[in-house]
Design a protein around this ligand. Structure first.
Ligand code: MRU
Length: 355
Protein backbone atom coordinates (compact mmCIF):
# COMPACT_ATOMS: atom_id res chain seq x y z
CA UNK A 1 0.00 0.00 0.00
CA UNK A 2 2.86 2.39 0.77
CA UNK A 3 3.95 2.11 -2.87
CA UNK A 4 0.48 3.17 -4.09
CA UNK A 5 0.29 6.10 -1.70
CA UNK A 6 3.72 7.21 -2.93
CA UNK A 7 2.59 7.09 -6.58
CA UNK A 8 -0.43 9.22 -5.65
CA UNK A 9 1.66 11.68 -3.70
CA UNK A 10 4.11 12.07 -6.58
CA UNK A 11 1.19 12.59 -8.98
CA UNK A 12 -0.11 15.40 -6.78
CA UNK A 13 -3.32 13.79 -5.49
CA UNK A 14 -3.96 14.32 -1.78
CA UNK A 15 -7.10 12.21 -1.63
CA UNK A 16 -7.35 8.42 -1.40
CA UNK A 17 -10.61 6.80 -0.27
CA UNK A 18 -9.22 3.45 0.96
CA UNK A 19 -6.52 1.97 3.20
CA UNK A 20 -5.36 -1.62 3.82
CA UNK A 21 -3.71 -2.01 7.21
CA UNK A 22 -3.01 -5.15 9.26
CA UNK A 23 -5.73 -7.22 7.63
CA UNK A 24 -8.40 -4.52 7.86
CA UNK A 25 -9.73 -2.52 4.91
CA UNK A 26 -10.65 1.06 5.79
CA UNK A 27 -12.96 3.29 3.77
CA UNK A 28 -13.31 7.03 3.99
CA UNK A 29 -17.04 7.26 4.69
CA UNK A 30 -18.25 9.27 1.68
CA UNK A 31 -21.75 9.67 3.14
CA UNK A 32 -20.29 11.99 5.76
CA UNK A 33 -18.14 14.16 3.53
CA UNK A 34 -17.44 17.05 3.53
CA UNK A 35 -18.54 17.59 7.13
CA UNK A 36 -16.53 14.72 8.65
CA UNK A 37 -13.54 12.64 7.58
CA UNK A 38 -14.38 9.30 9.22
CA UNK A 39 -12.71 5.98 8.35
CA UNK A 40 -14.93 2.91 8.50
CA UNK A 41 -13.15 -0.41 9.17
CA UNK A 42 -14.26 -3.43 7.11
CA UNK A 43 -13.22 -6.74 8.67
CA UNK A 44 -15.49 -9.18 6.83
CA UNK A 45 -16.92 -9.74 3.40
CA UNK A 46 -20.30 -8.73 4.88
CA UNK A 47 -18.86 -5.36 5.94
CA UNK A 48 -17.63 -4.83 2.37
CA UNK A 49 -21.04 -5.71 0.88
CA UNK A 50 -22.81 -3.22 3.17
CA UNK A 51 -20.24 -0.49 2.48
CA UNK A 52 -20.81 -0.79 -1.28
CA UNK A 53 -24.60 -1.07 -1.08
CA UNK A 54 -24.92 1.82 1.41
CA UNK A 55 -22.65 4.21 -0.54
CA UNK A 56 -19.81 4.43 2.01
CA UNK A 57 -17.72 3.86 -1.10
CA UNK A 58 -19.05 4.63 -4.57
CA UNK A 59 -17.73 5.21 -8.08
CA UNK A 60 -17.13 2.24 -10.37
CA UNK A 61 -13.34 1.73 -9.96
CA UNK A 62 -13.44 2.31 -6.17
CA UNK A 63 -16.25 -0.24 -5.91
CA UNK A 64 -14.13 -2.73 -7.92
CA UNK A 65 -11.06 -2.26 -5.70
CA UNK A 66 -13.22 -2.60 -2.60
CA UNK A 67 -14.79 -5.82 -3.90
CA UNK A 68 -11.27 -7.17 -4.53
CA UNK A 69 -10.43 -6.59 -0.86
CA UNK A 70 -13.77 -8.21 0.01
CA UNK A 71 -12.39 -11.33 -1.65
CA UNK A 72 -9.16 -11.00 0.38
CA UNK A 73 -11.26 -10.93 3.56
CA UNK A 74 -13.28 -13.91 2.27
CA UNK A 75 -10.05 -15.87 1.69
CA UNK A 76 -9.03 -15.15 5.27
CA UNK A 77 -12.48 -16.03 6.62
CA UNK A 78 -12.44 -19.37 4.83
CA UNK A 79 -8.79 -20.25 5.52
CA UNK A 80 -9.68 -23.04 7.98
CA UNK A 81 -11.85 -24.86 5.41
CA UNK A 82 -10.64 -27.74 3.28
CA UNK A 83 -9.44 -26.91 -0.24
CA UNK A 84 -12.64 -27.76 -2.14
CA UNK A 85 -14.82 -26.04 0.46
CA UNK A 86 -12.66 -22.92 0.38
CA UNK A 87 -12.91 -22.72 -3.41
CA UNK A 88 -16.68 -23.11 -3.23
CA UNK A 89 -16.87 -20.51 -0.46
CA UNK A 90 -14.89 -18.00 -2.53
CA UNK A 91 -17.11 -18.48 -5.56
CA UNK A 92 -20.24 -17.99 -3.44
CA UNK A 93 -18.82 -14.89 -1.67
CA UNK A 94 -17.94 -13.51 -5.11
CA UNK A 95 -21.53 -13.91 -6.32
CA UNK A 96 -22.79 -12.29 -3.13
CA UNK A 97 -20.52 -9.27 -3.61
CA UNK A 98 -21.54 -8.88 -7.25
CA UNK A 99 -25.12 -8.26 -6.08
CA UNK A 100 -24.21 -5.22 -3.97
CA UNK A 101 -24.81 -2.80 -6.86
CA UNK A 102 -25.72 -3.84 -10.41
CA UNK A 103 -24.54 -1.15 -12.84
CA UNK A 104 -20.78 -0.68 -12.32
CA UNK A 105 -19.10 -3.48 -14.25
CA UNK A 106 -15.85 -2.97 -12.32
CA UNK A 107 -17.47 -4.87 -9.45
CA UNK A 108 -17.91 -8.15 -11.31
CA UNK A 109 -14.70 -7.55 -13.26
CA UNK A 110 -12.70 -7.34 -10.01
CA UNK A 111 -14.39 -10.36 -8.42
CA UNK A 112 -13.78 -12.48 -11.53
CA UNK A 113 -10.16 -11.37 -11.70
CA UNK A 114 -9.67 -12.30 -8.03
CA UNK A 115 -11.23 -15.73 -8.54
CA UNK A 116 -9.06 -16.35 -11.58
CA UNK A 117 -5.96 -15.45 -9.56
CA UNK A 118 -6.66 -17.62 -6.52
CA UNK A 119 -8.73 -20.65 -7.47
CA UNK A 120 -5.83 -22.64 -8.86
CA UNK A 121 -3.40 -21.74 -6.09
CA UNK A 122 -2.23 -24.21 -3.48
CA UNK A 123 -4.51 -24.05 -0.44
CA UNK A 124 -2.02 -22.40 1.91
CA UNK A 125 -1.08 -19.74 -0.68
CA UNK A 126 -4.61 -18.46 -1.34
CA UNK A 127 -4.84 -15.66 1.28
CA UNK A 128 -1.46 -14.21 0.34
CA UNK A 129 -2.14 -14.50 -3.39
CA UNK A 130 -5.51 -12.76 -2.91
CA UNK A 131 -3.89 -9.87 -1.09
CA UNK A 132 -1.24 -9.45 -3.80
CA UNK A 133 -3.90 -9.46 -6.53
CA UNK A 134 -6.10 -6.90 -4.78
CA UNK A 135 -3.14 -4.57 -4.29
CA UNK A 136 -2.24 -5.02 -7.94
CA UNK A 137 -5.81 -4.13 -9.04
CA UNK A 138 -5.59 -0.97 -6.92
CA UNK A 139 -2.14 0.02 -8.22
CA UNK A 140 -3.15 -0.62 -11.83
CA UNK A 141 -6.18 1.61 -11.39
CA UNK A 142 -4.04 4.45 -10.08
CA UNK A 143 -1.50 4.08 -12.89
CA UNK A 144 -4.30 3.89 -15.49
CA UNK A 145 -5.90 7.06 -14.13
CA UNK A 146 -2.63 9.00 -14.26
CA UNK A 147 -2.11 7.89 -17.85
CA UNK A 148 -5.69 8.82 -18.82
CA UNK A 149 -5.23 12.15 -17.11
CA UNK A 150 -2.40 13.08 -19.43
CA UNK A 151 -4.04 11.66 -22.58
CA UNK A 152 -7.26 13.48 -21.73
CA UNK A 153 -5.43 16.63 -20.68
CA UNK A 154 -3.92 16.82 -24.17
CA UNK A 155 -7.40 16.84 -25.74
CA UNK A 156 -8.47 19.86 -23.74
CA UNK A 157 -8.07 23.46 -24.93
CA UNK A 158 -5.30 25.63 -23.43
CA UNK A 159 -7.90 27.24 -21.18
CA UNK A 160 -11.64 27.12 -20.58
CA UNK A 161 -14.41 25.53 -18.57
CA UNK A 162 -14.69 21.76 -18.05
CA UNK A 163 -18.16 20.62 -16.98
CA UNK A 164 -18.38 17.36 -15.05
CA UNK A 165 -21.28 15.44 -13.58
CA UNK A 166 -21.26 13.37 -10.35
CA UNK A 167 -17.86 12.55 -8.87
CA UNK A 168 -15.42 10.69 -11.10
CA UNK A 169 -12.42 11.73 -9.07
CA UNK A 170 -9.95 10.38 -6.54
CA UNK A 171 -12.86 9.42 -4.29
CA UNK A 172 -14.44 7.28 -7.03
CA UNK A 173 -11.23 5.42 -7.89
CA UNK A 174 -8.00 4.18 -6.32
CA UNK A 175 -7.07 7.79 -5.56
CA UNK A 176 -6.61 9.94 -8.69
CA UNK A 177 -9.76 9.98 -10.79
CA UNK A 178 -10.95 9.47 -14.34
CA UNK A 179 -12.81 12.67 -15.35
CA UNK A 180 -11.13 14.63 -12.54
CA UNK A 181 -7.89 12.84 -13.43
CA UNK A 182 -8.19 14.63 -16.78
CA UNK A 183 -8.49 17.95 -14.90
CA UNK A 184 -5.40 16.96 -12.89
CA UNK A 185 -3.60 15.98 -16.11
CA UNK A 186 -4.51 19.31 -17.73
CA UNK A 187 -3.02 21.13 -14.76
CA UNK A 188 0.22 19.17 -15.21
CA UNK A 189 0.20 20.26 -18.84
CA UNK A 190 -0.11 23.86 -17.61
CA UNK A 191 -3.58 24.35 -19.03
CA UNK A 192 -5.84 26.88 -17.34
CA UNK A 193 -8.90 24.69 -16.81
CA UNK A 194 -11.80 25.78 -14.64
CA UNK A 195 -13.93 22.84 -13.46
CA UNK A 196 -17.70 23.35 -13.29
CA UNK A 197 -19.29 20.70 -11.06
CA UNK A 198 -22.95 19.75 -11.35
CA UNK A 199 -24.26 19.26 -7.82
CA UNK A 200 -25.75 15.85 -8.81
CA UNK A 201 -29.07 15.28 -7.12
CA UNK A 202 -29.99 13.39 -4.97
CA UNK A 203 -26.71 12.22 -3.37
CA UNK A 204 -24.88 15.47 -4.19
CA UNK A 205 -21.68 13.75 -5.29
CA UNK A 206 -20.77 16.95 -7.17
CA UNK A 207 -21.41 19.33 -4.29
CA UNK A 208 -20.10 17.16 -1.47
CA UNK A 209 -17.32 15.15 -3.12
CA UNK A 210 -16.09 16.78 -6.34
CA UNK A 211 -15.92 20.21 -4.73
CA UNK A 212 -14.23 18.75 -1.62
CA UNK A 213 -11.46 16.88 -3.41
CA UNK A 214 -10.73 19.63 -5.94
CA UNK A 215 -10.49 22.26 -3.21
CA UNK A 216 -8.09 19.93 -1.34
CA UNK A 217 -5.92 19.68 -4.47
CA UNK A 218 -6.11 23.43 -5.25
CA UNK A 219 -7.93 22.90 -8.56
CA UNK A 220 -10.39 25.72 -9.31
CA UNK A 221 -13.99 24.51 -9.07
CA UNK A 222 -17.35 26.24 -9.40
CA UNK A 223 -20.51 24.48 -8.29
CA UNK A 224 -23.93 24.83 -9.93
CA UNK A 225 -27.29 23.07 -9.80
CA UNK A 226 -27.73 20.30 -12.37
CA UNK A 227 -30.27 22.40 -14.27
CA UNK A 228 -27.73 25.17 -14.90
CA UNK A 229 -25.69 23.19 -17.43
CA UNK A 230 -27.68 24.37 -20.48
CA UNK A 231 -27.38 27.99 -19.41
CA UNK A 232 -23.65 27.62 -18.73
CA UNK A 233 -23.10 26.11 -22.17
CA UNK A 234 -25.20 28.74 -23.91
CA UNK A 235 -23.32 31.56 -22.18
CA UNK A 236 -19.99 30.12 -23.36
CA UNK A 237 -18.67 29.17 -19.93
CA UNK A 238 -18.07 25.54 -20.97
CA UNK A 239 -15.45 24.39 -23.50
CA UNK A 240 -15.80 20.67 -22.93
CA UNK A 241 -17.62 18.06 -20.86
CA UNK A 242 -15.70 15.22 -19.20
CA UNK A 243 -17.53 12.51 -17.26
CA UNK A 244 -16.72 9.04 -15.94
CA UNK A 245 -18.59 5.80 -16.60
CA UNK A 246 -19.98 2.85 -14.69
CA UNK A 247 -20.05 0.61 -17.72
CA UNK A 248 -19.43 1.05 -21.43
CA UNK A 249 -21.16 -1.44 -23.71
CA UNK A 250 -19.51 -3.03 -26.75
CA UNK A 251 -21.09 -0.43 -29.08
CA UNK A 252 -19.85 2.55 -27.01
CA UNK A 253 -23.10 3.34 -25.16
CA UNK A 254 -22.18 4.75 -21.74
CA UNK A 255 -23.89 4.14 -18.38
CA UNK A 256 -23.14 6.90 -15.90
CA UNK A 257 -24.84 8.90 -13.17
CA UNK A 258 -28.42 9.92 -13.88
CA UNK A 259 -28.39 13.23 -15.75
CA UNK A 260 -25.31 12.45 -17.82
CA UNK A 261 -27.51 11.86 -20.87
CA UNK A 262 -29.11 15.31 -20.47
CA UNK A 263 -25.65 16.87 -20.37
CA UNK A 264 -24.57 14.94 -23.49
CA UNK A 265 -27.61 16.11 -25.47
CA UNK A 266 -27.02 19.70 -24.38
CA UNK A 267 -23.34 19.44 -25.31
CA UNK A 268 -24.30 18.27 -28.81
CA UNK A 269 -26.81 21.14 -29.15
CA UNK A 270 -24.05 23.62 -28.30
CA UNK A 271 -21.33 21.91 -30.35
CA UNK A 272 -19.22 21.19 -27.26
CA UNK A 273 -17.11 17.99 -27.12
CA UNK A 274 -18.41 15.35 -24.71
CA UNK A 275 -15.61 13.09 -23.42
CA UNK A 276 -15.89 9.96 -21.30
CA UNK A 277 -12.82 8.98 -19.25
CA UNK A 278 -12.78 5.36 -18.10
CA UNK A 279 -10.22 2.60 -17.55
CA UNK A 280 -10.34 -0.55 -19.67
CA UNK A 281 -11.87 -2.32 -16.63
CA UNK A 282 -15.06 -0.28 -17.25
CA UNK A 283 -15.40 -1.49 -20.85
CA UNK A 284 -17.81 -4.40 -21.09
CA UNK A 285 -17.54 -6.12 -24.47
CA UNK A 286 -19.91 -8.84 -23.19
CA UNK A 287 -22.80 -6.35 -23.10
CA UNK A 288 -23.79 -5.46 -26.66
CA UNK A 289 -25.54 -2.10 -26.07
CA UNK A 290 -26.80 0.32 -23.44
CA UNK A 291 -30.26 -1.27 -23.35
CA UNK A 292 -28.61 -4.45 -21.98
CA UNK A 293 -27.01 -2.66 -19.00
CA UNK A 294 -28.87 -3.14 -15.71
CA UNK A 295 -29.83 0.26 -14.28
CA UNK A 296 -29.92 0.47 -10.50
CA UNK A 297 -33.05 1.98 -8.94
CA UNK A 298 -32.75 3.14 -5.36
CA UNK A 299 -35.26 3.97 -2.67
CA UNK A 300 -37.86 6.62 -3.60
CA UNK A 301 -37.14 8.32 -0.27
CA UNK A 302 -33.88 9.60 -1.74
CA UNK A 303 -36.13 11.87 -3.84
CA UNK A 304 -39.06 12.58 -1.53
CA UNK A 305 -36.83 13.54 1.40
CA UNK A 306 -33.83 15.85 1.61
CA UNK A 307 -31.25 15.71 4.42
CA UNK A 308 -33.71 13.66 6.47
CA UNK A 309 -36.60 16.09 5.97
CA UNK A 310 -39.73 15.17 4.02
CA UNK A 311 -39.85 17.58 1.06
CA UNK A 312 -42.59 16.00 -1.12
CA UNK A 313 -46.12 15.43 0.21
CA UNK A 314 -46.46 12.20 2.23
CA UNK A 315 -47.40 9.33 -0.10
CA UNK A 316 -45.89 10.92 -3.23
CA UNK A 317 -44.71 8.26 -5.67
CA UNK A 318 -41.20 8.81 -7.02
CA UNK A 319 -38.98 7.03 -9.50
CA UNK A 320 -35.27 6.94 -8.73
CA UNK A 321 -33.10 5.42 -11.49
CA UNK A 322 -29.55 6.32 -10.44
CA UNK A 323 -27.85 5.87 -13.82
CA UNK A 324 -28.76 6.58 -17.42
CA UNK A 325 -27.43 5.62 -20.82
CA UNK A 326 -25.76 8.07 -23.16
CA UNK A 327 -25.93 6.63 -26.70
CA UNK A 328 -22.54 6.35 -28.38
CA UNK A 329 -23.50 8.95 -31.02
CA UNK A 330 -23.16 11.68 -28.37
CA UNK A 331 -19.69 10.60 -27.23
CA UNK A 332 -16.85 12.55 -28.90
CA UNK A 333 -14.18 10.16 -27.54
CA UNK A 334 -13.55 7.63 -24.78
CA UNK A 335 -10.30 8.29 -22.93
CA UNK A 336 -8.70 5.06 -21.65
CA UNK A 337 -5.22 4.25 -20.39
CA UNK A 338 -4.62 2.41 -23.66
CA UNK A 339 -5.44 5.39 -25.82
CA UNK A 340 -8.22 7.73 -26.89
CA UNK A 341 -10.98 5.70 -28.57
CA UNK A 342 -13.09 7.14 -31.36
CA UNK A 343 -16.16 5.95 -33.27
CA UNK A 344 -16.74 3.30 -34.63
CA UNK A 345 -16.56 2.19 -31.00
CA UNK A 346 -17.27 -1.49 -31.64
CA UNK A 347 -13.87 -1.76 -33.33
CA UNK A 348 -11.90 0.64 -31.11
CA UNK A 349 -13.24 -0.92 -27.87
CA UNK A 350 -12.60 -4.46 -29.13
CA UNK A 351 -9.02 -3.54 -30.03
CA UNK A 352 -8.06 -2.36 -26.52
CA UNK A 353 -9.94 -5.10 -24.69
CA UNK A 354 -8.25 -7.87 -26.67
CA UNK A 355 -4.72 -6.49 -26.08
O1 MRU B 1 -23.83 6.25 -7.53
P1 MRU B 1 -22.35 6.51 -7.68
O2 MRU B 1 -21.88 7.67 -6.87
O3 MRU B 1 -21.55 5.25 -7.43
O4 MRU B 1 -22.16 6.89 -9.20
C1 MRU B 1 -20.85 7.16 -9.65
C2 MRU B 1 -20.77 7.59 -11.06
O5 MRU B 1 -21.74 7.62 -11.78
C3 MRU B 1 -19.39 7.89 -11.60
O6 MRU B 1 -19.46 8.89 -12.58
C4 MRU B 1 -18.81 6.62 -12.24
O7 MRU B 1 -18.85 5.55 -11.34
C5 MRU B 1 -17.40 6.82 -12.70
S1 MRU B 1 -16.29 6.98 -11.34
C6 MRU B 1 -14.71 7.12 -11.96
Amino acid sequence: MEKILKILQEAGSRVCPMRWEDGTYYLLDQRRLPREETWLPCRSVGDIFSAIRDMVVRGAPAIGITAAFGMVLAAREGAEKGHADLREFLVSRGSYLKDARPTAVNLSWAVDRMLKAVLNEAHEDIPERAEAEALSIWEQDVRANIKMGLLGGELLPQSGGLLTHCNAGALATGGYGTALGVARGARKLKKGIQVFADETRPWLQGARLTAWELIKDDIPVVLSVDNASGYLMRTKKISCVVVGADRIAANGDVANKIGTYNVAVLARAHDIPFYVAAPVSTLDPGTPAGRDIPIEERDAEEITRFAGIQTAPEGTKAVNPVFDITPWEYVSAIITEKGVLKSPYEASIASVVSE
